[in-house]
Design a protein around this ligand. Sequence first.
Ligand code: FAD
Ligand code: SF4
Length: 673
Amino acid sequence: MYDKLLSPLDLGFTTLKNRVLMGSMHTMLEEAKHGFERAAAYYAERAKGQVGLIVTGGIAPNPEGSVAPGAAKLDSPKEVEEHRLITEAVHKEGGKICMQILHTGRYAYHPMAVAPSPLKAPIAPFPPKELDAAGIEKQIQDFATCAALAQEAGYDGVEIMGSEGYLINQFIAKKTNKRTDEWGGDYENRIQFPINIVKRVREKVGPNFIIIYRLSMLDLVDEGSTWDEVVILAKEIEKAGATIINTGIGWHEARVPTIGTVVPRGGFAWVTKRLMGEVNIPLIATNRINTPEIAEQVLQEGCSDMVSMARPFLADAFFVQKAIDGKSEEINTCIACNQACLDHTFQGKLTSCLVNPRACHETKLNFTPATQKKKIAVVGAGPAGLASATVLGERGHAVDIFEAESEIGGQFNMAKVIPGKEEYAETIRYYDVMMKKYGVNVHLNHRVTTEELAAGNYDEIIIATGVTPRKVTFEGADHPKVLDYVDVLYRNKPVGNKVAIVGAGGIGFDMAEFLAHNPEEASPSVNTAEYMKEWGVDMAYSKGGALMEAQPAPSPREIYLLKRSSGKHGKNLGKTTGWIHRSSLKMKEVKMMGNVEYQKIDDDGFHIIRDGNPVVLDVDHVVVCAGQEPLREMYEELQAKGLNVHLIGGANVAAELDAKKAINEASYLCAEL
Ligand code: FAD
Ligand code: SF4
């Protein structure tokens, strides 16, 4: 079924069992208490799930190259033992694992940062110290020593992180390398740093050790590499002794989303395809490959020899095994939300996954068969209820799930219609398949009552009834111009050409995105060429960095996004995705207004006071996205009857975009019932 994806890859001295690479992700496990034991369990589960080759999160070759003070590094023999826990656990499951060597250069979050030139990165707090010739030699040596220590720890290879704007990339690009010695100036000089690193690593580790080089094939910053330069570098890296070349897309400071859920599936595979045939070693395509179907397609279309998927292995450790078994519909698909992975990493928190709270918690959260089989009712089939029913069913309980609507999914049915959030439908599909698999009784169109539940002889009742949109109280709140987000996104009520959105939280932002998009046209998030045009990526690669002027499709509506508070719109959105939403609405010329007092709505429009001045917005509709109230009466009533009742998800705390908490609470509760 996935003939190419599941076929072995012969590297000469060793063979990978399939074409799947689990890409590097910094999980913070290595820095956590008992972190290496936990990391070993995390990687071993993915090896058991038949990943062809795993790459660890970035490990620094020295303190100056580390992400932050105290972050994982490997520069002394005493650190080797802990790494051995990981390699032994992976090998026991028949897997292979490479350690990524990551030197952050000027992206470091500490004052020891070093770089080819003393230019502070726009996204980092410290200006780096310029390396002198001896300093450069030390960095190269440290890469080689680190690789040798990784080999001693039992890794099957290393990945040298040469992309994403980290130190090696900083040497390569004119933008960040202003040196006039033999490490700067011409391209030929600027690439000596990576070439020497690969050569020196190969000398240290011998021929039978995998060296993956992650090559920035598309910098997406001004003064980035040209395509010809990318090809030259790839050839030199092959000559220097690399086994495989992996693709890097975009520097961290680039203003083009490269992995967010707005990026089309497989949307950057075309970049790797350009390099196919230029070198003789295997190439790996990356970014937003999240199903076996798209992975197979990337390979079938000749874009690469192998595919890298990272977050999909947080979402489902058994992704490959399920593909092998022909059960891809059972894969818990990564929806590219970043909420529990990258957002956590950037907040210094342990990584996990919104759709799979077991990720990086393999030693803490397990769904073991129930010792006492119970009859359990779950009320509400949103993410919290669906996760509950799935875990309970898997553990062998008899489960009834009640849903008032005609379909499962709860608010995810609204999320999935937002352009750029199409992936959210996959979570609903996954739960649907799992509930069938575990024999959960699904009662649709059934608004269950307290009386029914009390009469149902249930051992446990889980209330996952979610939320109701918060009403506004200003004059004219019942005017026909006023709609709420459910009216628009779920009940398909028509919206005019001029519209004001009340509330600029996550749902307000999503509403603006929805209304700014022409429903007659495919969303750029499902069309690669449109996406590249929208965000200004030049697929013809006419100049270094491959940027061009962005050409977003105009909004079919005039939209005001209003909020009462002052300050930046969307400051509470996801750490790694908020800027994407802001940029997208800016491109669509959505008018963002803060410091607004709402007065009344009448036939003339929406009367507001802005910065102390009365204004009437002549709008056809006002869409209210002013927060949510929990639906929890049933919980209180059942509790009063003395029944075993549990409250989870939005019904517990209504917090707009918080499916992470909903699924997490459900999973921990149901692991114990
Ligand atoms: P809900 O999803 O609200 O589900 C509750 C279910 O219970 C409903 O289906 C309801 O019909 C049913 N129900 C209620 N009472 C009864 C009854 N008596 N009998 C039977 N059934 C009943 N979250 C994120 O984390 N990330 C996002 O990107 C994101 N995007 C969103 C975009 C939009 C447009 C919206 C509206 C929400 C978004 N969310 C997002 C929020 C997320 O969907 C919620 O946090 C999540 O759905 C809460 O899950 P829940 O199961 O607690 O409640
Ligand atoms: Fe994917 Fe979201 Fe899970 Fe991260 S948190 S792995 S982006 S589903």
